[in-house]
Design a protein around this ligand. Structure first.
Ligand code: HEM
Length: 365
């Protein structure tokens, strides 16, 4: 946000890719939650970003053997297995260093603790510390080993990063395509913020339209359109069909979100549909399941909603957004990438003009 405001808070009056701005919000807060530290700026951060990119591509990769088991050997020939092994090894080394850093700060390592071993968690404590303490004290009665700790932090980071920022990417796209919705959202912020330039977590409950915009974005663009593949553990009969044990189950949340038997004008971006509706994303309303449902539903949904709401609220409250070079809404490409998480194929480029002057909380006219 600070980068978008530019030096001295005067703002950038040139085209920017909002993907660069908002993506950093959820990504860095997710890094902070999972690793207790943000990785940005230096050589290590660049390596980490590259590794993460490759990890995400492989997570959404197409493995012939998943669908035709006897063709599993194809992944050895086309190099996919080798890429997976390389990324797994590099990620493992990276996660080892995260665990080591935390052991140092808890004085659990004793040796090889350099000066720059620091983490940023609140009160110096974060998720990795908590997991290490559970391991040390064996509080739960069942032991948690180093590999499990690495698995948990990778799950949280992998599950939370790409998903959260793709929501912002599509929300900003739809707001640029629907200036009336953008204006309505800005009016909601302005009415409640009452002269404040910053929207904080404490304000979020007062923004029903903001919540409706995010729900509508999740309906049309569930970040993981086929959710996470699951496997049935036992035989089942569903609507007269026999489902064998160990059948892969894929749920098409994208199609469900656009099903005309459940939604009026399903292809239209209309946040108003959620204003007087109890339909929520929490897994009880099966027509809206961007976070899945049931026991394996996303444990990070509330965290994701709060980070998305804060970033989107501040992006629309602090800036006026327009398309560059006289482009029209219908010129915005809506082409999607392939993968586990569905991003825009082309970056979204827009003009950001600050709405508040540097030393004032009142709009620039
Ligand atoms: C908009 C953001 C997000 C979306 C759309 C999303 C979506 C999902 C979906 C669809 C699943 C699989 C659910 C199922 O199979 O029923 C899932 C699982 C998971 N998510 Fe999220 N997620 C998001 C953010 C997050 C965040 C921020 C975190 C962590 C801080 C997180 C952590 C996880 C984990 C650990 C799992 C695996 C749960 C399990 O297998 O038991 N997610 N998520």
């Amino acid at each position: 946000m600070q980068a978008l405001l530019g030096a001295g808070g005067q703002g950038i009056r040139a085209p920017v890719d909002p993907q660069e701005g908002p993506s950093k919000g959820p990504v860095s807060s997710d890094q902070l939650v999972a690793f207790g530290k943000k990785y940005s700026g230096d050589e290590g951060a660049r390596k980490f970003k590259k590794l993460l990119g490759e990890f995400m591509i492989l997570l959404g990769g197409f493995y012939v053997g998943d669908f035709i088991p006897w063709l599993g050997w194809v992944s050895q020939i086309n190099g996919l297995d080798a890429r997976v092994e390389k990324v797994a090894k590099e990620f493992d080394e990276f996660l080892d260093s995260v665990v080591d850093e935390h052991m140092c700060t808890l004085n659990m390592k004793g040796e090889n603790c350099g000066d720059n071993m620091s983490v940023e968690g609140e009160d110096g404590k974060d998720l990795v510390h908590v997991l290490l303490e559970i391991q040390k004290q064996n509080k739960t009665g069942s032991s948690i080993d180093r590999d499990s700790i690495k698995g948990i932090i990778l799950d949280i980071f992998g599950g939370g990063t790409d998903t959260s920022y793709t929501v912002l990417e599509w929300a900003m796209t739809e707001l640029l395509r629907h200036p009336i919705v953008l204006k309505k959202l800005q009016d909601e912020m302005m009415g409640i913020a009452n002269g404040k330039a910053d929207i904080t977590e404490a304000d979020l409950d007062k923004f029903p339209y903001l919540k409706a915009v995010i729900k509508e974005t999740l309906r049309l663009y569930p970040p993981i359109p086929l959710l996470v593949p699951r496997e049935s553990t036992q035989e089942a009969k569903i609507k007269g069909y026999d489902i064998a044990a160990r059948t892969m189950v894929l749920i098409n949340a994208w199609t469900i979100g656009r099903d005309p038997s459940m939604w009026d004008e399903p292809e239209e971006f209309k946040p108003e549909r959620f204003l007087n509706s109890s339909v929520d994303f929490k897994g009880h309303d099966f027509q809206l399941i961007p976070f899945g449902a049931g026991r394996r539903g996303c444990p990070g949904s509330l965290f994701a909603m709060i980070t998305n709401e804060i970033v989107l609220a501040n992006l629309v409250h602090k800036f006026d957004w327009t398309l560059p070079g006289g482009a029209r809404a219908e010129d915005i490409s809506m082409t999607e990438c392939t993968g586990l998480v569905i991003h825009r194929k082309a970056p979204l480029v827009a003009m950001a003009a600050p709405r508040f002057s540097e030393n004032s909380c009142f709009p620039i006219l």
